[in-house]
Design a protein around this ligand. Structure first.
Ligand code: NAP
Length: 294
């Protein structure tokens, strides 16, 4: 069973620390996934326009509201956030990823819109509709810039975080500012075909020792320190078992912490297709980019 842990955000609203992610869920799959997740008891959903699955998500929600006794919209936490500290130029055809030229594999970055501009737009959203606002993929310097300009501290920063990328400096910074961290890609790589951390020998050993699945071990690790995590699965049995939580002993947490001594980041927009010619993290793979976060 889930421990049902919730944390109060700086917005005053509560976020369940074990949520459900919906990216890379094929049409058809995700309506079932959202329904199964809500049926299993998840009450925190990660949704985004860029996942291009809104109609299917809506189908899952509709079924859940009709069939799960007592379930109401206000029971479900959905964060409104800036997805990346990067603005794309708006083109006439309103493409989510406007390209520099027909047939190119590079997006057009809008150098006229800063993260402060976008944050101000979020701050001004009607409070009757949007309770908690946050960001995603922001490094400490990006967070500091928007706080300095608006004095409004994001409730949440959603970032890639797993044992190979523990993000210790960001964790420390966020704690000092009362910014909650949500981990995406808790199982590691999600795009480049490397084995997931579910296959990592250390994770498997600990899972076996405590009679848990590797996924349950990774989800427990992600929540140590009060952070939240949004595993994605479109497999009903995994949706359910990921929600059955386990606690890790301090000694096992320490062993898992060692995995990230040489960190490995997977989500680097300069390596995406189409690529974003921007240095966000200061990673080696971003060295030859022409843009920085403004
Ligand atoms: N803000 C951002 O920029 C950003 C970026 C990436 C992701 N996200 C969010 O974070 C969510 C999760 O991250 P992610 O998509 O990178 O994926 P993830 O949750 O790290 O991993 C998903 C993969 O793990 C598999 N899986 C799930 N539970 C499993 C289990 N118990 N045993 C074995 N395999 C299991 C899933 O397979 P099946 O689905 O086939 O079961 C899928 O292939 C996304 O869906 C999205 O909502 C946000």
């Amino acid at each position: 069973m889930s421990f049902g842990t919730k944390v109060t955000l700086n917005s005053g609203h509560e976020i369940p620390t074990l949520g459900y992610g919906t990216w890379q869920s094929a049409p058809g799959e995700v309506s079932v996934g959202v329904y199964e997740a809500l049926k299993a008891g998840y009450r925190h959903l990660d949704l985004a326009k860029v996942y291009e699955n809104q109609t299917d998500v809506a189908k899952g929600l509709k079924k859940a509201f009709a069939e799960i006794p007592g379930l109401k919209r206000q029971d479900i936490f959905i964060l409104y956030l800036i997805h990346w500290p990067v603005a794309f130029s708006k083109t006439s055809d309103d493409k989510l990823f406007p390209l520099t030229a027909e047939g190119s594999n590079e997006v057009v970055i809008d150098r006229g819109v800063s993260i402060v501009d976008t944050w101000k737009a979020l701050v001004n959203l009607p409070k009757s509709k949007v309770r908690s606002i946050g960001v995603s993929n922001f490094a400490p310097e990006h967070l500091q810039a928007i706080i300095d300009s608006t004095e409004v501290v994001p409730a949440v920063n959603q970032v890639e975080r797993h044992p190979l990328l523990p993000q210790d400096p960001l964790v420390k910074y966020a704690k000092g500012k009362n910014i909650h961290l949500t981990a995406y890609s808790a199982f590691g790589n999600n795009t480049i075909g490397e084995p997931l951390l579910l296959e990592h020998a250390v994770i498997k050993q600990i899972a076996e020792k405590i009679g848990a699945t590797p996924a349950q071990v990774l989800l427990a690790w992600a929540q140590v320190g009060g952070h939240s995590v949004i595993p994605k699965s479109v497999t009903a049995s995994r949706i359910k078992s990921n929600f059955e939580e386990v606690k890790l002993a301090d000694e096992d947490i320490a062993i898992i912490n060692k995995i990230g001594e040489t960190p490995r980041r997977y989500n680097i927009p300069n390596t995406f297709n189409p690529k974003w010619d921007i240095n966000i993290w200061g990673e080696e793979l971003e060295k030859n980019t022409s843009n920085t976060v403004i």
